[in-house]
Design a protein around this ligand. Structure first.
Ligand code: SAM
Length: 303
């Protein structure tokens, strides 16, 4: 393994290829070996694992992952990085680089081709501009994934693991926690990257749940309710839900349902736990549904 992470080696390489960092691709390359090891440790890579890496950059983290896993599939959007990756990964016969957009990849097909259909271990220093779409796509699509260990913006990591009551708690916390158990593994300062991002970063591990922690009759309605509640988080939940037109629920009906659950009629979304949202969803939207509808083909997150 070369010491690609050394700042001088990274700089020499990108100069040699006349590579220009592209902000629009969220390119901040890691230059700290401790952080690389921390990510790989947090990912709990088994020697038999197939790792899906999103955005290998010049291959710094890829090399570390390839030392620990059976196979690494690395998806990189920037064609300018492909010749660099051919050089830095040439000694690794267990790495496959795919040039393309991660949001357009068929993850099930990658798992089928490189892991016999078994769940992938997703590990990455993510491009921050599309953190949420990447994570929600991986979680909601029911793609074969066992865990996701990623470097993200610190504030986003805090939102993912936040509980009710605080300013960080919102639709992202609830959606992530419905599908996975978050664990914040490390905080990472800007000086561990070239170029330095203007935000703090954190490594978070999301362990996919085999079953959601709450039962709900209509998953799609639950997420509509959650989105409505936090789109207008300063409004009371009853007002926000009726204003958003979710299931044509009136303010009075929403307030009545909150009361039936022993909650204040003027409660805001940030006061409700995931199980309270699920109970509210069953009272307001799940009434006409049968239990068989608990995640039909149209519902986000159906596995
Ligand atoms: N893994 C490298 C490292 O840690 O040094 C680079 C991480 S950098 C934060 C994010 C990488 O994701 C960049 O290489 C960028 O080109 C790539 N990227 C950005 N958008 C992408 C997308 N939609 N699909 C795949 N890769 C993407």
């Amino acid at each position: 393994m070369s010491d690609l992470w050394r700042p001088q080696n990274t700089l020499d390489l990108i100069r040699r290829y006349d590579f220009r960092f592209r902000k629009k691709f969220g390119q901040n390359f890691l230059i700290d070996s401790h952080v690389l090891d921390k990510i790989a440790d947090a990912a709990q890579i088994d020697p038999d694992d197939c790792v899906l890496e999103i955005g290998p950059g010049i291959g710094t983290l890829t090399q570390v992952l390839a030392e620990r896993a059976r196979h690494v599939v690395a998806v990189e959007i920037d064609p300018e990085l492909i010749p660099i990756l051919s050089e830095t990964l040439k000694e690794y016969s267990n790495v496959t680089v795919i040039q393309g957009d991660i949001l357009k990849q068929d993850i099930a097909e990658i798992a089928e081709t490189y892991n016999g259909g078994r769940p992938l271990n997703v590990t990455a220093n993510l491009p921050y501009y599309i953190t949420t779409p990447i994570l929600m796509n991986l979680l909601e699509s029911g793609a074969p994934v066992k865990s996701i260990t990623v470097m993200v913006q610190k504030e986003v990591a805090e939102r993912m693991q936040a509980g009710p009551g605080g300013k960080d708690y919102g639709a992202l916390s609830l959606s992530v926690q419905f599908y996975a158990e978050p664990y914040l593994a490390a905080n990472v300062p800007p000086n561990c990257f070239i170029p330095r991002p203007n935000v703090g970063s954190a490594v978070i591990r999301l362990t996919k749940r085999s079953e959601p922690p709450v039962r709900v009759r209509d998953r799609e309605f639950l997420f509509q309710l959650i989105r409505a509640a936090f789109n207008q988080r300063r409004k009371t939940l009853a007002n926000a839900v009726s204003h958003a037109g979710v299931g044509q629920v009136t303010r009075e009906r929403a307030a009545g349902a909150l009361k039936r659950l022993g909650l204040s009629e003027t409660a805001r979304g940030e006061e409700l736990s995931l199980s309270e949202f699920a109970a509210l969803s069953d009272l307001l939207g799940g009434g006409e549904k049968t239990p068989d509808n608990s995640g039909g083909p149209s519902a986000p997150g159906s596995n």
